[in-house]
Design a protein around this ligand. Structure first.
Ligand SMILES: NC(=O)c1ccc[n+]([C@@H]2O[C@H](COP(=O)([O-])OP(=O)(O)OC[C@H]3O[C@@H](n4cnc5c(N)ncnc54)[C@H](OP(=O)(O)O)[C@@H]3O)[C@@H](O)[C@H]2O)c1
Length: 252
């Protein structure tokens, strides 16, 4: 994508990867609007980065999505980049009883949220001279972490959706890019300094470089083997990956 001269809406801009991307695009001179539920953090990011604006949004609420989409189209007619980044990652046990409320919350936030928001903005994006939709999936879309089964499944579904959407938009001015992060040291799990987690600033730097290309997927080299896993041998691969996590648990 062209990383300058855009009007960008980023969900989940109150912390972690979303805030990092918002600030990186802001530094490049783009108009950046961030969204999240925590008003205090929206104000904090805006105050720290004059020019960034914040909008309260619960991405799990379809009515809120419609309200915010209408406001965006009205107040930011040049809006041409949507970054679907907001997400949650609760742990679960697919080998036991699954909490239905939690599962619905994951699907509403991580899968239906991006689908609904994109749907609400797509005709507006098509009217722009150039536009980009970015979906933040996860390396876990390709190799599920067994202790976050519903999260991993939702991210695999979002990856699949992005593939279909890219094809459907092939003859338009709207391109679709996917960011599939490795484990990045944010509040998503618990910021821990674990050496297996990539520091946020390094991840943002690499991701901005990847987004500046025409790559459909932006993946850091450190997880290339995990991304390339799907295939008929994936059962053993996934088993081995999860055995290694069980042997050296993620701090939660
Ligand atoms: N960190 C990793 O290791 C990693 C790896 C792969 C993929 N990812 C993906 O990267 C994205 C960002 O995660 P992160 O690591 O930056 O974690 P984070 O610091 O916890 O950020 C999550 C963001 O999502 C927003 N959010 C959550 N639920 C929301 C809701 N219902 N409505 C609106 N906003 C909501 C939060 O804002 P509010 O709380 O203010 O609403 C927050 O800004 C997620 O989609 C995650 O799945 C992260």
């Amino acid at each position: 994508m062209q990383t300058t001269d855009n009007t960008i809406f980023i969900t989940g801009g109150t912390s972690g990867i979303g805030r990092g991307l918002a600030e990186a695009f802001h530094k490049l001179g783009n108009k950046v609007i961030i969204a999240g539920r925590r008003k205090k953090l929206l104000d904090e990011v805006a105050a720290a980065n004059p020019g960034i604006e914040g909008i309260e949004l619960d991405i799990a609420d379809p009515a809120d999505i419609d309200r915010v989409a209408a406001r965006l189209i009205r107040d930011y007619p040049s809006l041409n980049v949507l970054i679907n980044n907001a997400g949650i990652m609760p742990f679960d046990d697919a080998g036991g009883r699954i909490d239905d409320t939690q599962s619905r919350s994951i699907i509403d936030t991580n899968l239906l949220g991006p689908i609904r928001l994109t749907s609400a903005l797509i005709e507006h994006l098509k009217r722009q001279p150039r536009a980009t939709i970015i979906h933040n999936t996860s390396v876990l879309a390709y190799v599920p972490l067994a202790s976050t089964a519903v999260y991993s499944a939702a991210k695999a579904a979002l990856h699949s959706y992005a593939l279909s959407q890219r094809f459907q938009l092939r003859n338009t001015n709207v391109t679709v890019q996917e960011i599939a992060p490795p484990w990045v040291d944010t509040d998503l799990i618990r910021k821990s300094g674990d050496p297996r987690a990539m520091p946020l600033d390094i991840f943002i730097e690499k991701t901005m470089a990847g987004l500046a290309t025409d790559a459909e997927e932006v993946i850091v080299d450190e997880i290339r083997a995990l991304r390339d896993n799907p295939g008929s041998g994936e059962h053993a691969f996934v088993h081995g990956f999860n055995e290694s996590v069980v042997a050296n648990p993620i701090p939660v």
